[in-house]
Design a protein around this ligand. Structure first.
Ligand SMILES: Cc1cc2nc3c(=O)[nH]c(=O)nc-3n(C[C@H](O)[C@H](O)[C@H](O)COP(=O)(O)OP(=O)(O)OC[C@H]3O[C@@H](n4cnc5c(N)ncnc54)[C@H](O)[C@@H]3O)c2cc1C
Length: 485
């Protein structure tokens, strides 16, 4: 079967989802084509969730422009899309005169990139801003605009809003070949071959993360190589008070080991940076040790026995450049690249989407705003955070709101059902976890996984043995589930 759209976006990571949301306001038919069976299964699922302010990238680069603007847009995006966003501010800690010179350099970069209200502060102010910051820090770059999000929540919220505005989401549809042909009106037309059916489109947006070089190659456009710049991350259990993001002075290739709170109250230590084999998501003991050591330098009282999870992801870097590649292909008109979105792709996503809109306009694509476009996405009820009165109301409306399935994160059955029934909904145990946190807590799903499997089987009308942990082939159960309703 072949479906035809004005625009196809390859990749449902945070970049593709943000672009889909941005373009959904126009009178265009749009399809997001994703290889995996869910949203945000590439780099967008394995990152620190930091909305870096933008003082780090070299002034004048695309990255510098979209990072600072993305950070600025996050407030509006969070309000409209109903996702959690904490703008706590951050500090880059310095321990000696050499570090202070680096901080000055970062401040100048930041000013050039349009980052607001940067200042260098001394020890007294450091400890007022973040009492747990190392007492050995003698100076810091204070940046009030830094924040953090749950990166899957952002991608899911953006795509839910896009889908509510008419965008089609095609999952389990890896693009395997692209045919490019001219049309009677002179415009290029693309046919994307996927196992889920072919997609024809007039304009193609390449937001395929680590697969972006393959998409560009298949379309006969720019040839480039992707480098898998792997990073390990460690998550610690929840703290009574959420930590402000604390950074070390950056290295030439990365921002170094950062300690930050999360929107859910955990602490995250992020991230190492090493070029590894494409697809390598192993965690390495050496990397984890480097994270713990780096973190203790910034927050000496960090109790690293409270680690609940370590994971890894690969930043989609284009070999030979440290910049993002956002623009129309110089080789194949009608193909638009959003490639090489390495760090800070989360922080930049709203601005990458805004920039893509401008790139399309400049290329002559007609963008007529729809009268019925709705920018608002209502977030599903989060039982754990809901005030008592709302909890009571929910349980009154459906007793399944009172059936707690995940004890660590206080997630009731009805919240899991909602995660599966929303559009696009969860189709796997991890998909449920990314949407409502069942299994995200300190027991890491030891107690609730079998119940989540049973709920998925019931909702998807399949046998528990067909329920997936994550993507195709990741079955969990061989026989009947014992003692699980
Ligand atoms: C360890 C680590 C820490 C990070 N920390 C931060 C941070 O704190 N803040 C920040 O701003 N950034 C951070 N980043 C960077 C950020 O995660 C990325 O920039 C961002 O997620 C890239 O999003 P994307 O949508 O471009 O790519 P992805 O999320 O990788 O999405 C690409 C999608 O394309 C799909 N795809 C690929 N090939 C095909 C195909 N042939 N057909 C169909 N679909 C295809 C993939 O399945 C995938 O879903 C970090 C990255 C890592 C690895």
């Amino acid at each position: 079967m072949t479906e035809t759209f004005d625009i196809a976006i390859v990749g449902a990571g945070i970049t593709g989802c943000a672009i889909a949301r941005q373009l959904a306001r126009f009178d265009l038919s749009i399809c997001v084509v994703e290889a995996a069976n869910d949203i945000a299964l590439g780099a967008s699922k394995a990152n620190g969730g930091l909305v870096h302010a933008g003082y780090d990238p070299t002034p004048g680069t695309v990255k510098a422009q979209v990072n600072a603007r993305g950070c600025e847009l996050y407030g509006t995006w969070a309000q409209e899309l109903g996702f959690l966003f904490c703008r706590t501010g951050s500090m880059v800690l310095g321990f000696n005169d050499e570090d202070r010179a680096h901080l000055e350099q970062l401040r100048c970069n930041g000013l050039a990139n349009g980052v607001p209200e940067l200042s260098i502060v001394g020890p007294d102010r450091i400890h007022i801003l973040e009492p747990r910051a190392s007492a050995n820090a003698t100076c810091a770059l204070w940046c009030p605009s830094t924040g953090f999000v749950d990166p899957f929540e952002v991608a899911i919220a953006a795509l839910e809003n896009a889908v509510a505005n008419g965008v089609t989401f095609m999952r389990s549809a890896p693009v395997e070949a692209i045919e490019v042909a001219g049309s009677d009106d002179g415009a290029t037309r693309f046919t994307l071959a996927t196992p889920a059916g072919d997609v024809r489109c007039r304009y193609l947006i390449n937001a395929a993360g680590n697969g972006a070089a393959d998409i560009s190659h298949m379309a006969g456009a720019e040839e480039f190589q992707m480098v898998w710049r792997q990073g390990n991350i460690v998550v610690l259990d929840k703290e009574p008070r959420t930590l402000m993001p604390l950074y070390p002075v950056p290295t030439p290739v990365s921002k170094g080991v950062i300690v930050t709170g999360t929107v859910h109250g955990n602490t995250v230590i992020t991230a190492t940076a090493a070029v590894r084999e494409p697809g390598d998501t192993q965690t390495y003991a050496s990397d984890v040790n480097a994270l713990l050591t780096g973190a203790r330098k910034l927050v000496p009282d960090l109790d690293t026995r409270r680690v609940v999870r370590a994971f890894a992801g690969g930043r989609p870097v284009i070999q030979g450049t440290n910049d993002f590649f956002i623009g129309q292909s110089a080789v194949v008109p009608g193909l638009f690249q959003a490639a090489g979105i390495q760090s800070p792709g989360v922080a930049s996503a709203p601005a990458i989407a805004e920039r893509m809109e401008q790139v399309l306009r400049n290329a002559g694509v007609t963008l007529r705003e729809r009268a019925d476009w709705d920018p608002i996405r209502l977030a599903p009820d989060d039982f754990d955070r809901a005030p008592l009165a709302r909890k009571e109301e929910l349980i009154e409306s459906d007793p399944a709101w009172g059936q707690i399935v995940c004890r660590c994160e206080t997630v009731p059955e009805a919240e899991i059902v909602t995660a599966i029934r929303r559009r696009p909904g969860a189709v796997s145990v991890e998909g449920v976890k990314r949407r409502c946190r069942a299994g995200m807590g300190r027991c890491q799903s030891g107690f609730c996984q079998s119940r989540v499997v049973a709920i998925l089987a019931r909702e998807l009308d399949c046998d528990p043995s067909e329920v997936l942990l994550e993507d195709a082939g990741s079955w969990l159960v061989e026989g009947p589930l014992k003692g699980v309703r």
